[in-house]
Design a protein around this ligand. Structure first.
Ligand SMILES: [Zn+2]
Length: 139
């Protein structure tokens, strides 16, 4: 386990640790551009961990390619590793959404939606920013 025990504690420490784009997405709740991020079409097997603290978040076994307009172009997952994420209401941008954050370091990961397209076995659709994740590929 490459869990980082020296996590930043203040916003200023996060800002100095992360590149500006990653800081904006993971600590300010930003959203990266679709179709130009690292993992949206990644098919390798492995574990997607929190980029900022190393906590295992999503298995590649739960990753799928969505056909839902508006959610295409980011990594989609059916489920998270139990206990690895927390949920909080997000009413920004005039929408009612559920934000998904890392349960360990609180970094913003993305949002979870009810699966309207019958694509996901769990009925949930996790739409996650690639830059919040680091894929550890299995052999
Ligand atoms: Zn984390």
């Amino acid at each position: 386990m490459d869990i980082d025990d020296n996590l930043p504690k203040t916003d200023e420490e996060w800002r100095s640790k992360l590149d500006p784009h990653r800081y904006e997405v993971t600590r300010q709740g930003g959203t990266e551009a679709p179709f130009s991020n690292e993992y949206y079409n990644e098919t390798a097997k492995g574990m997607y961990k929190c980029f900022n603290c190393g906590l295992p978040l999503f298995s590649s076994d739960t990753k799928y390619e969505t056909k839902i307009p508006g959610l295409m172009g980011w990594p989609s997952f059916e489920d998270a590793i139990p206990g690895s994420v927390k949920f909080q209401p997000d009413d920004t941008l005039g929408m009612h959404r559920t934000e998904v954050v890392c349960s360990r370091c609180g970094s913003h990961l993305g949002h979870v939606f009810d699966d309207d397209g019958a694509e996901s076995k769990t009925g949930k659709h996790y739409c996650v920013n690639s830059c919040s994740l680091k894929l550890e590929k299995s052999e």
